[in-house]
Design a protein around this ligand. Structure first.
Ligand SMILES: NC(=O)c1ccc[n+]([C@@H]2O[C@H](COP(=O)([O-])OP(=O)(O)OC[C@H]3O[C@@H](n4cnc5c(N)ncnc54)[C@H](O)[C@@H]3O)[C@@H](O)[C@H]2O)c1
Length: 358
C-alpha cells in the first residue's frame, strides 16, 4: 500500500462522527484537519482523535497536506464549499445531495472538469454487502430479467431526533432530497439509469416542532413537499415505484423489492451498508449469503476509490444523475406531466466481496 490519502473535513455536525470512525480504522485514509463555521464544534468533534488540526475553512483549503476535502456541511452549502475546494485544486467528496439543485451541481462538475480534480458523493452505503449482494443476484440472473421495483421510506420526520432539523424542511431538503439519494442510488445500482419520471407530492403541515436538544419545542417552517411519490422508468424499461415520506407514522413494506420475470428480491435498507437479502423461490423466501460488497463498512468507505486511484463508484456523474432524477420527479409532481431525464450515467462497477474494512 502507498501513502494514505490525507482527508480534510469541512462541517463537523451530527454525521461527522461516523466518518471520523471509518477514517480512523482505514489505513488507506488519514484525517489531518477539520473546519467548521463553529470552531468549538469542530474541536469537540475531533477530541477523541490525536494530531488532527482544527482550522478555518480557508486555512484547511490552503493546507498542502490535504488531498481530499470531505464536505459534510448542510445541503445548502454543499456547492459553495465544493467550489471553494475545487478552486484550491483539491479533490472533493461530499455528503448527499451533490448540491441543493442540479444547476449548482452542474457548476461543481464543470469546475472540477476544468480543474482536473475528482468529485465524489455519498451515499456509499450501496457499496456495502446489502445492495451489492442483491446486485450480484440480479447480474447472475437469479431473478431473470428485472421488470420492476418498489422503494418505500416512511417516517414521521427527522425533527423528532435531530437537534437542528431546519435544513430538512427548506429547499434542498424534504424526504426525497434527503432520503431519495439512498433509494435512487440503490435503484440505479440495481437496475441502471433512469430515462423518465412521473410523480405526485403533498405537504401535510406548515410547521414542525423540534423534538430534542437545546431548541426542543421550537417550531420551524416547512417550505417543501413532505410526501413524494413517483414512478421511475429506467432506460432498461424496468419501472420503479417510489414513496418517500416525512408524513407517515410507520410501514411494514420492505425498503426495496426488485421483481424479475423468474423471481423477486427483498433488498435491505439502502441507508445501511449491510442487511438481509431475500429471494423468492418454490419453497418461499430464502436468505442469500453475502456475496459482494464491503463487509463491515461505514460512512466514508466511498473514499477508498480515491486511495486506490480508481474511477469513483460513489462518483459525481452518478450523484448528478440521482439529483437530476429527484429534481425531475418534483417537477413532474408540480406539473402533473412526465419529465424526460436529460442526464444519464454508467452503472457503477460492482464491489467484489471485500473484507478489508474491519
Ligand atoms: N445527520 C444524519 O444522520 C445524516 C445522515 C446521512 C447524511 N447526512 C448528511 O450529512 C450532511 C450534514 O448533516 P448533519 O446532520 O451532520 O448536519 P449538521 O447541521 O449537524 O452539521 C453541519 C455542519 O456543517 C457546518 N457548516 C455549514 N455550512 C458550513 C460552511 N459553509 N462552512 C463550514 N461549515 C459549515 C455547520 O456549522 C455544522 O456544524 C447533510 O448533507 C446531510 O444530508 C446526515
Amino acid at each position: 500500500m502507498g501513502q494514505p490519502v490525507n482527508v480534510g473535513v469541512v462541517g463537523c455536525g451530527a454525521i461527522s462522527a461516523q466518518y471520523f470512525q471509518t477514517i480512523d480504522r482505514l489505513p488507506q485514509l488519514r484525517l489531518v484537519a477539520v473546519a467548521d463555521l463553529d470552531l468549538d464544534r469542530a474541536r469537540e468533534a475531533v477530541r477523541p482523535y490525536e494530531g488532527v488540526d482544527v482550522l478555518s475553512v480557508a486555512e484547511l483549503l490552503a493546507d498542502p497536506r490535504v488531498d481530499v476535502v470531505l464536505n459534510l456541511t448542510i445541503p445548502a452549502a454543499h456547492a459553495e464549499v465544493a467550489l471553494q475546494a475545487i478552486a484550491a485544486g483539491k479533490d472533493v467528496y461530499g455528503e448527499k445531495p451533490l448540491a441543493a439543485t442540479a444547476a449548482d451541481a452542474t457548476r461543481v462538475l464543470e469546475a472540477a472538469a476544468a480543474a482536473q480534480v475528482r468529485v465524489g458523493c455519498a451515499p456509499d452505503t450501496v457499496l456495502g454487502t446489502g445492495t451489492q449482494t442483491a446486485r450480484k443476484a440480479i447480474d447472475d440472473g437469479l431473478i431473470g430479467r428485472p421488470i420492476a421495483a418498489t422503494a418505500t421510506m416512511m417516517t414521521p420526520g427527522h425533527e423528532r431526533w435531530h437537534p437542528n432539523p431546519d435544513f430538512y424542511y427548506v429547499s434542498g431538503g424534504g424526504p426525497l432530497l434527503d432520503m431519495g439519494p439512498y433509494y435512487i442510488t440503490s435503484l440505479v445500482t440495481l437496475l441502471g439509469p433512469v430515462a423518465r419520471v412521473i410523480g405526485a407530492a403533498s405537504r401535510t403541515r406548515a410547521k414542525r416542532t423540534i423534538g430534542s436538544g437545546p431548541r426542543q419545542g421550537e417550531e420551524i417552517p416547512v417550505t417543501v413537499d413532505t410526501h413524494v411519490t413517483g414512478v421511475l422508468v429506467h432506460a432498461s424499461g424496468a419501472l420503479s415505484t417510489l414513496v418517500m415520506s416525512f408524513d407517515g407514522a410507520a410501514t411494514k413494506a420492505p425498503n426495496i423489492e426488485v421483481h424479475g420475470e423468474q423471481g423477486s428480491l427483498v433488498v435491505p435498507d439502502p441507508n445501511r451498508f449491510d442487511g438481509q437479502v431475500l429471494i423468492s423461490g418454490k419453497d418461499g423466501w430464502q436468505e442469500l449469503p453475502e456475496s459482494a460488497g464491503y463487509v463491515g463498512a461505514g460512512r466514508g468507505v466511498g473514499l477508498l476509490d480515491f486511495a486506490a486511484d480508481q474511477e469513483l463508484r460513489a462518483g459525481g456523474s452518478l450523484a448528478f444523475h440521482v439529483l437530476d432524477v429527484m429534481e425531475s420527479l418534483l417537477a413532474a409532481a408540480g406539473s402533473g406531466t412526465a419529465v424526460t431525464i436529460a442526464s444519464t450515467c454508467e452503472r457503477p462497477r460492482p464491489v467484489a466481496l471485500h473484507s478489508s474494512v474491519s
